[in-house]
Design a protein around this ligand. Structure first.
Ligand code: COI
Length: 341
């Protein structure tokens, strides 16, 4: 059986399936590209002293390609991923990958792996660009060389529960990141710290965890891998992109959709625990999770159930509008869609 036959297309979930090829480029410490191109998908060779393995000098992106109603393959705000990737590289002291190279690498990889593109109803092709210090450098310092890599894999729903509203715990035991550290970058280290907290909360029956701000525990930051929104009457609010908050591209899209298409008052302001308690609706946003409804929030043994059923919610309207734009079921009023060819 080949790799493609092993894929359960109707239950893709969020897994790394082996595909045909991936893109690799190598850079020296000055940021000069010394080698680039597609190679067969597979394991990579790394020195045990590689900076990424020893000191976490690595960043990533997450974006998707969609096969749309217009029977073409499109990307969503890909240039914004390229910009964020550059900012993440800068923060981790790595050469900035130029936008043109980032976009071309993504296009080449997707084009060569089109046989792994799910049908619209099954999901999308997830694209994972990485950049990391691959030089063998024992001291804590920027690496002597770098790797830029892009791989793709078919994905469906991020949460195993599909679209069931999530039972969420707000933790006061752990922070996700320090306020003035690397939280705003898509640095690999921001994610490893969430593994144990997540394991602990799933063992007691929760679906997702939300972290408080490390400098002010009255306000909330975000979940493991998604930004958070609260809706009260016609006001939609999410924490501002400062310090510890990841500048999510879905986050920004939801702010724009909410304002332009649903006439909501949108605010990028601190979200307090009180805002959470009093909200009509709460949801997460991210490339992987898209827009995911929250059914309940628990904090210090107190549980709030959000009463609005998903079927009748603004969360649903925003989610479906975003997906309709990405799948070209409706015209894209924002200029976000970018065709592969
Ligand atoms: C994404 O939404 O693409 C992300 O990067 C989150 C990921 C950690 C699952």
């Amino acid at each position: 059986m080949n790799m493609k036959q092993r894929i359960d297309w109707d239950n893709l979930g969020f897994n790394a399936y082996e595909t045909k090829s991936m893109y690799i480029a190598k850079f020296d410490s000055n940021g000069t590209c010394i080698d680039k191109g597609l190679v067969p998908y597979g394991d990579i060779k790394l020195s045990p002293a590689a900076t990424v393995l020893n000191y976490g000098q690595g960043v990533f992106e997450g974006t998707k390609a969609y096969e749309t109603s217009k029977k073409r393959v499109v990307f969503f705000r890909l240039n914004d991923n390229a910009n964020r990737f550059k900012n993440s590289c800068l923060r981790l002291c790595m050469p900035e990958i130029p936008n043109e190279m980032f976009v071309n690498a993504v296009k080449e990889t997707v084009l060569d792996n089109l046989e792994y593109m799910p049908k619209k109803e099954q999901g999308s092709l997830y694209i994972r660009p990485l950049a990391f210090g691959s030089g063998p450098d024992l001291g804590v310092k920027p690496s002597s060389n770098y790797t830029f890599l892009v791989y793709v894999t078919p994905v469906g729903s991020y949460f195993q529960s599909g679209l069931k509203s999530l039972n969420v715990l707000v933790t006061d035991k752990y922070h996700r990141v320090a306020t003035k550290s690397i939280g705003f970058a898509k640095a690999i280290g921001n994610y490893s710290g969430t593994l144990l907290p997540f394991k602990e909360i799933t063992e007691v029956g929760y679906d997702e965890i939300v972290f408080l701000n490390a400098s002010d525990e009255n306000i909330i930051d975000e979940a493991r891998s998604a930004n958070i929104f609260v809706l009260k009457d016609k006001t939609l609010k999410t924490p501002p992109v400062e310090g510890s908050i990841l500048p999510g591209i879905t986050r920004d899209s939801v702010l724009k959709i909410g304002k332009k298409l649903f006439d909501l008052e949108v605010k990028e302001e601190d979200v307090t625990l009180e805002d959470l308690v009093n909200a009509d609706e709460v949801f997460f946003t991210g490339t992987a999770v898209i827009v995911a409804p929250v059914g309940s929030i628990s904090f210090k043994k107190k549980k709030i159930d959000y009463k609005k059923p998903y079927s009748d919610s603004m969360t649903k309207k925003i989610r479906e509008t975003l997906i309709d734009i990405q799948n070209e079921n409706i015209e894209d009023p924002f200029g976000w869609i970018y065709s592969l060819n």
